[in-house]
Design a protein around this ligand. Sequence first.
Ligand code: HEM
Length: 574
Amino acid sequence: MEGGNKKRYNTNTQIVMNDMDEQPSMARSGIKSQRRLTLWLSSIDEAKLAMELNNTEPLTAVSAQAAAVLLLLLLLLRFARATTMAGDRKSVLLSKLPSPPLRLPVIGHMHLVGSLPHVSLRDLAVKHGPDLMLLRLGSIPTLVVSSPRAAEAVLRTHDLAFASRPRAMIPDIITYGATDSCYGPYGDHFRKVRKAVTVHLLNSHKVQAYRPAREEEVRLVIAKLRDAAAGAAAPVDMSELLHSFANDLICRAVSGKFFREEGRNKLFRELIDTNASLLGGFNLEDYFPSLARTKLLSKVICARAMGVRRRWDQLLDKLIDDHATRLVRRHDQDQDDDDDAQQQQDSDFIDILLYHQEEYGFTRDNIKAILVDMFEAGTDTSYLVLESAMVELMRKPHLLAKLQDEVRRVVPKGQEIVNEDNIVDMVYLKAVIKETLRLHPPAPLYIPHLSREDCSINGYMIPTGTRVFVNAWALGRDANFWDMPDEFLPERFMDFNIDFKGHDFHFLPFGSGRRMCPGIHSATVTLEIMLANLMYCFNWKLPAGMKEEDIDMTEVFGLTVHQKEKLFLVPQAA
Ligand code: HEM
């Protein structure tokens, strides 16, 4: 077990809990915070009384609301106090870090985290901790890293110290006790999982081997768009189209080429969306873990996650059984047939995981956890970047025209679609993708990291068990480094050599170090081949009556950040 922490097993839900979650509460003294809360509550009471006297509001609704708020606050206070006592030394160390004022009893700085946390955390950091800033989110002290210098310290200099993940109820259920790659705490099992996904699915060699499948999936998208272009010039839902492209691509690499006929891709999408809605955002149970562990609340909180996990189980068990049967059949055939190369080519990721299951010592649940990860991480990232690239290009038609010029110039005349060999020379295409990732990193705060040991950064001692957000969105918009940081200007990447492979700490859309995204190669070729083909095969128009400035750029924060409105465009054959 990491960091010498004790494990605890909640017998109701069979979730493995970790004492690291039980952070000291927001208040240095629970008693002080109780007093402040009592004052706050009595002021609510006075307000209610005043309302009664003035008869300004329908009383029943107000008192029901106030009673509910009161009950919740009392519960929160009870559990905040319970967790206060443990970490005195830790509290002293944390109290030295820069931190915003306006910390409230019980909820701490939670009220300062708006609906777009990457934006509000950047704004807070500018005022209260440009490198490192401590927020008390409920009972959880959370370190926010906002400068390239601090990001380098956390992700490179002290990479190993910050390589773990905090545990929480819902991810634990969905990822089979955090035995996956995304949410798994750092340790032996995590390293095995990381090795398995890298060696057998995501390294550049494997990604290259999936090229024919990728090009086939691109052809299917282009065929759909050609049909639309040949029809009544009706707008196409590009968000939907690109989402199913990313989903189909990962389904195919992971579970084989027959997923579509069996309608599994649709089911995968539904489950991936439900996972995202459960895992995304700032959830109450993540910041009041003790509260979430009470029987009644844990039942309520876990019910939906358990429901989706049962549906994943059904789907993945069937998939694994089918693959296992096929593997046995193949093995029998192997005796008299040696078309090994063909068999290798037909193997998907599930085949390979089953083949190597014993070598890695994976249980069936471990395999399921890895599969859930791949479907989730592989879909809701690439499609968002493609969508954002199209949004930005539609808002700046001269840049769209410039990109089309490049793509059409490089591809030999008469070729039906762009292939991956053509892309090598498309420098502007690569600049457009980088600029999109700079402005719209799909995971702007990453997945939270957790420190595994005390660690000194910039003269501050960060204690073991501190939760860490790296604000990649803020790094990409740092005005000290980027000219006109909020403008979409792909040309900036033509002038100087900076990339997203985790060495340039101003630009880390895929992260850096041990927890860096292992899907970077797969994502890069997917983004390049799809965007190049959209540019090569079609001219693009906004739906009738819509102007560039009408495109809604409002974002919504969740597991990933996405545009609030879907993107509809009219394709015209080039
Ligand atoms: C444009 C596309 C993508 C972007 C921008 C992206 C970005 C990220 C980021 C920022 C992280 C978290 C890094 C951290 O916590 O320090 C991450 C983790 C991860 N990504 Fe990606 N990703 C993309 C596509 C993919 C794809 C296609 C896959 C696999 C099919 C994938 C698999 C993963 C996994 C398994 C992790 C967890 C790694 C760990 O915790 O050790 N990603 N990604």
